[in-house]
Design a protein around this ligand. Sequence first.
Ligand SMILES: CC(C)(COP(=O)(O)OP(=O)(O)OC[C@H]1O[C@@H](n2cnc3c(N)ncnc32)[C@H](O)[C@@H]1OP(=O)(O)O)[C@@H](O)C(=O)NCCC(=O)NCCS
Length: 176
Amino acid sequence: MALDTLALDYVIGLETPQTARRVVELTDRVFGPGRHSKTAERLREGSEPVHDLCFAATTGSLGHERLLGSVRLWPIFIYNEETNVREPLVFLGPIVVEPSHRGLGIGKSLVRLSVNAAFNKGLRAVLLVGSQSYFKPFGFELAEGIEMPGPVDAKRVLIRYRDDHLKLMGRVVKVV
Ligand SMILES: CC(C)(COP(=O)(O)OP(=O)(O)OC[C@H]1O[C@@H](n2cnc3c(N)ncnc32)[C@H](O)[C@@H]1OP(=O)(O)O)[C@@H](O)C(=O)NCCC(=O)NCCS
């Protein structure tokens, strides 16, 4: 079957216990062992992703699905010491698409769906570490004034606010 025929045939749904193992396998394969040393990983270790904000793109029939892509969102807070306010939000990542199926819009669908799902849940912002050129079209902007728990390229710390007037400041704290 041609690749473009296959690509039209994918569905995106919530990650299931069956797909979870394959998500980890795909993520390990794409990012390699180096991913565990990243600051973003510090926010995830010891924490659980938000189960209704983890999505998997699959193809194939029920019981024989092949994983094509995944996005997971993790619970965090932005803690502002001056105001003593903790804003709950989510940290997006990893987002990953099977190399053979890139450039077909799966990544964009996963971002849109997961960000909208987070906003529908009442969260007011989504944070991530990633490429500006990929994420800007979804409304992500530089997360100025937000401090990550370790070294990170500030140009890659991006935030998407639900409401235009919102501006969060403070330090990122993970939820364990
Ligand atoms: C990034 C990723 C998830 C995109 O998934 P995808 O399904 O191929 O993306 P889409 O088909 O929705 O979008 C493709 C577009 O994104 C662009 N793109 C892909 N990766 C990019 C990156 N790292 N930076 C900037 N643009 C990127 C492509 O050039 C393409 O541009 P076009 O629409 O102008 O042709 C996928 O390339 C991937 O798994 N990469 C490895 C893991 C990774 O880097 N994750 C993101 C961390 S920032």
